[in-house]
Design a protein around this ligand. Structure first.
Ligand SMILES: [Zn+2]
Length: 93
């Protein structure tokens, strides 16, 4: 069960948003569904690599159980109402 995440990237020619899976953007050759211009291999390589890194990082966070950080990051009960200045106090030590 591999549900591939879909991403939306802009066509370099017509600037239309292309909403496809990552593997679609990694195909050797594809064409824009909107303007039918050919999209060369590697056209999206850099941005796809960035997206994959970001996804890997967020998956790691899920696995490691990183706390859904509230504002101060150490009290889950503060509900986002405590002031971020407390972090500056800690840094001064
Ligand atoms: Zn296009």
């Amino acid at each position: 069960m591999s549900l591939e995440p879909k991403v939306s990237l802009d066509c370099p020619y017509c600037k239309a948003a292309i909403y496809e899976t990552l593997s679609w953007f990694k195909k050797d050759y594809s064409s824009c569904p909107a303007c039918d211009q050919g999209l060369a291999a590697g056209q999206f390589a850099a941005v796809v690599a960035n997206l994959e890194q970001a996804m890997a990082a967020s998956i790691e966070e899920m696995i490691n159980g990183k706390p859904e950080s509230s504002c101060c990051g150490n009290k889950s009960s503060c509900g986002g109402s405590c002031s971020p200045t407390s972090q500056e106090d800690q840094a001064e030590q």
